[in-house]
Design a protein around this ligand. Structure first.
Ligand SMILES: *[C@@H]1O[C@H](CO)[C@@H](O)[C@H](O)[C@H]1NC(C)=O
Ligand SMILES: *[C@@H]1O[C@H](CO)[C@@H](O)[C@H](O)[C@H]1NC(C)=O
Ligand SMILES: *[C@@H]1O[C@H](CO)[C@@H](O)[C@H](O)[C@H]1NC(C)=O
Ligand SMILES: CC(=O)N[C@H]1CO[C@H](CO)[C@@H](O)[C@@H]1O
Length: 415
């Protein structure tokens, strides 16, 4: 008996040691970033960045660039309300939710002062919560029509849960947010967007980002498996989350295995769906099958945990990355005091042949034969917002950065 116990204890200790090696070490160093050295933007002397901390461009969680016009569409909110209501990070005080979340449009290629090139989209035909017309924004995607100037907008909307009979707020810490996906339509340069429909479906649980796949279908990530509860608390260790597919008013789960905090997915120029999982430091690549399921074709390993992806006009994918995720997570609680480090990765398809480490200061590249990953630059938190999205304009070379909890956005260009 004693022998058995001690044997069990030894096996237990060994298991913990192995766990430390493979799980906690990965978690601590590779994912949370303890001990990782971060370069400063000043080390990249070919890049000049400007922080935009006025004009109301706050908590701009997600961005999309209209290639043709250079209009940058941003889903913005305010940092203080995100501290109360932002279901993705368990901020579930619905009565403190933002009532002014809106879409900003910045004419990035126009002349004149920035302030004169910004406008906000007015909303038409959308009732919001009890008729107040409000949205609580998160991910967005826009599809520009090939032949007309129509643009189809999809927005993740974290509605507070409402009692259908009394119209009173329900306790979101118990039932979670009532998240939906909203479709709007607008035209390039217009100052309004008109509501088309709401996607409310049991499959839309914890939506994070949406991505159009054609005129009437889209995919989206559920960053977690459940809105609230104990399963959710364990998910960082056991994994979870899924990708859903919606066509007109019907939604279904398209992929649900091997993810851990899947978030800012995109459709690449190659038609494949790229799904980053923040807590796995990888991007899973899927093809969309005729039955609306996703079939995995590749996994791109990344040197840093990444967040939301964007595709530029050349088809290169840009990713906002967290060199020190543990600081990012602290900053979500003190967004005005702590500005976490960020990095930008560029992912290129096609075997360019591994060229060895690049000569550019601090540049690093990785190549798996199918995809090349390059660290474009990183910042210790002095100019970039704790970035959750990075968008590249291939025409001008400019890059735009926003962050869910940041009180500002940043624009960078080659000096
Ligand atoms: C929730 O938000 C409301 C409105 O901002 C605020 O008065 C209240 O103190 C907040 N509750 C908690 C628990 O933080
Ligand atoms: C708004 O909705 C109303 C009723 O649902 C409809 O009659 C009207 O045409 C809509 N307006 C626009 C601009 O679509
Ligand atoms: C969630 O939103 C949908 C769409 O507006 C609505 O029909 C439903 O009643 C809402 N449910 C809750 C619990 O708020
Ligand atoms: C659409 C979007 O912006 N998604 C995610 C970007 O990254 C942050 C941090 O992980 C998430 O909270 C967002 O949900």
């Amino acid at each position: 008996m004693v022998n058995l116990v001690s044997k069990a204890a030894i096996v237990g200790t060994v298991l913990i040691a192995i766990l430390y090696q493979f799980v906690f070490k990965t978690l601590l160093f590779d994912i949370l970033g303890y001990g990782r050295k971060v370069a400063s933007i000043k080390d990249y002397n070919h890049i000049k960045c400007e922080k935009i901390d006025e004009l109301g461009l706050e908590a701009c969680e997600d961005m999309w660039l209209h290639e043709k016009t250079g209009f940058l569409y941003m889903a913005c909110a305010d940092t203080r309300s995100h501290q109360q209501w932002f279901p993705a990070i368990d901020n579930l005080n619905a009565s403190g939710r933002g009532l002014t979340d809106r879409i900003a449009v910045l004419d990035t290629r126009g002349p004149g002062r920035l302030a004169s090139r910004i406008h906000w989209l007015n909303i038409e035909n959308f009732s919001g919560i009890n008729g107040d017309g409000t949205l609580n924004l998160h991910g967005l995607d826009i599809r520009a029509d090939k032949h007309t100037d129509t643009m189809r907008i999809l927005l993740v909307n974290h509605r507070p849960p409402i009692d259908a009979t009394t119209g009173e707020l329900l306790d979101a810490t118990k039932v979670g947010a009532n998240s939906t996906i909203e479709q709007f339509t607008t035209k390039a340069g217009s100052t309004t967007m008109r509501h088309v429909r709401t996607y409310a479906d049991p499959v839309i649980q914890t939506p994070n980002r949406v991505a159009w796949v054609n005129e009437d279908s889209f995919v989206f990530t559920n960053d977690r498996t459940s809105k609230v509860g104990s399963r959710r608390k364990r998910e960082p260790l056991i994994g979870g989350g899924s990708v859903g597919f919606c066509r007109r008013n019907r939604c279904s789960i398209a992929a649900s295995s091997g993810m851990n905090l899947p978030n800012g997915l995109v459709q690449g120029r190659d038609g494949l769906i790229y799904v980053p999982s923040t807590l796995r430091s990888d991007i899973q690549v899927f093809s969309l099958e005729h039955d609306h399921s996703l079939k995995k074709t590749h996994t791109i390993k990344l040197p840093l945990p990444v967040d939301n992806l964007s595709v530029d006009a050349k088809g290169d994918i840009y990713a906002a990355a967290f060199p020190k995720a543990y600081i990012w997570s602290r900053a979500t609680k003190q967004p005005f005091d702590i500005n976490p480090p960020s990095a930008v990765l560029k992912i290129t398809r096609g075997n360019n042949g591994y060229k060895g480490p690049s000569r550019k200061a601090h540049a690093e590249t990785w190549d798996d034969g199918e995809y090349t990953v390059e660290k474009v630059f990183e910042d210790d938190g002095s100019v970039l917002p704790g970035s959750t999205v990075a968008v590249h304009d291939a025409q001008t070379g400019r890059m735009f950065f926003g962050g869910a909890m940041s009180p500002f956005i940043t624009i960078c260009e080659k000096a």
